[in-house]
Design a protein. Sequence first.
Length: 534
Amino acid sequence: MYKEILPIKLQTPVFYIYLPIKTLGRPGNQSSQEIDDWIYTLSFFSKVDMLAAYDLAYYIRYNNYKDEYNVTHHIEAAEGGKTKPQSVIWDKINQSFLLWMNAEKMGLDKAQFVLGAYYYYGKEKCPKSESAAVVLWEKAALQGLSLAQFNLGCCYFLGIGIEQDMKEAVEWWKKAADQKNHYAINNLGYCYYNGQGVPKDINEAVRLWNSVATNKYYTDMQFHNEEDMMRRYQNVDDFSSCTLPLYNLGCCYYYGHGVQQSNVEALELWKLSLQDPNMGDVAMMLGYFYRYGIVANKDFDQSIRCYGAATFSNLFDIEDKVKIHILIGDCYCDYDNPTKKIDEAIKKYKWAIENHKNPEAMYKLSVLYRLGLGVNKNFTEANALLKQSYDLGYTIAAAEIGKIYLEGQGVTISIPEALKWINLAIDHGDFEAHFLLGTLYENGKGVIQDFRKAADLFLRASEHKNPEAQYKMGEFFYNGKGVEQDFEKAYYWLLLASANGNVEATLLRDLCLSRLTKSQIESIQSQASLDFAK
């Protein structure tokens, strides 16, 4: 069970302001003034809203809207991922803000909600004040605005701007839930699941979350490719929708809490939850599960699809998204992937290098050049990428540079140069380098032969699951080389080495069997199994 990465989640206060979209609907026959107001309002908000602004700006341009100068700058702001528009239209946005202020004074619930968000963030002319936000949200909540009721409930539950009162939070969430606000339904389920503000009742939590999971809005929308994901994330315009209940219900199926345990149901619900761009962490979790066969069967296509969903999440910054693109590249060229697409992996690595100078991508592309996978074998290019990767801080490259000097790949063999790089890698804590240095001490290459020193180095690498080092430890214990002969320890290390994919270890492992009793074999196998799973 992976409880540490599958917590039941609470939705915190909502500050993604979709009210203008909810009021006007998607672009249609609105007047130029309505569209203009919409753009200016959207310009204040999140990156997801900026996508909506971009979508609208494109629509306006397509319909020959005359104020193309402003539209162009909105597109530039959206493409740049900025949360504020270009300064050329700042005065008009201030005018839009004043309109919201006037509307709030007149008691408009939507304006009260928006200004509450301004006070919470300390935006524009509103000094940051959580208590002022609570006052405004309460005004809107009393008028029946479900998002304000939800946010007010969050403030009571978390003690934001007001004294904590979980029972009061539950009451406000119930009012919002009666209006089918999925954020509130999720948090009510959270309260029943954990017994906070209400008596603990997992069955009620499951009932609440299931009422959202069976909503046709979700069951009809699934991702098949990146275009599906982008289209969904550009059309997030229903503030009553939230996929956290789907995720939480999936966790219930995974643990068998309130429902019959089912990994299949859990996976389906988790995948449906990815329709919300705020669920990037869940997308990453599923990508990992599918890649390594945890909970699900290994499925690299699904892993790539889930990681792809994470690249559209507004939870991650650009540096995180570059790393996710590299993970997708890793899936494309994974040794266990039956439908490898090395050319796609190369595209991902090159994108990360050309656009972000990412050293990890340089390192991984260098491996493909060195092996001639998807590209012509090119040691010169591989070595240049390796050294550039190290210079940019990717210290794992040091051990690989040591290897190329050991083996003469595109360079003249130089044991002193190899030792320099291997020792650098050891200084950086790279246990692969411990194995390399161990082989030099074993064979007396560039150093005085020393089996005991070699055994110490192999042991350090073995403890960090290096299968070649584990094989060497098995061999050393079997032959009494640098250590006292011990067939039990030999069998233990050879079991781990073979389990970690070292083919050579299998033969020597089986030779150990004649040296051990049945009870010794069973005990060692049990311990090795436990250690392998760690």
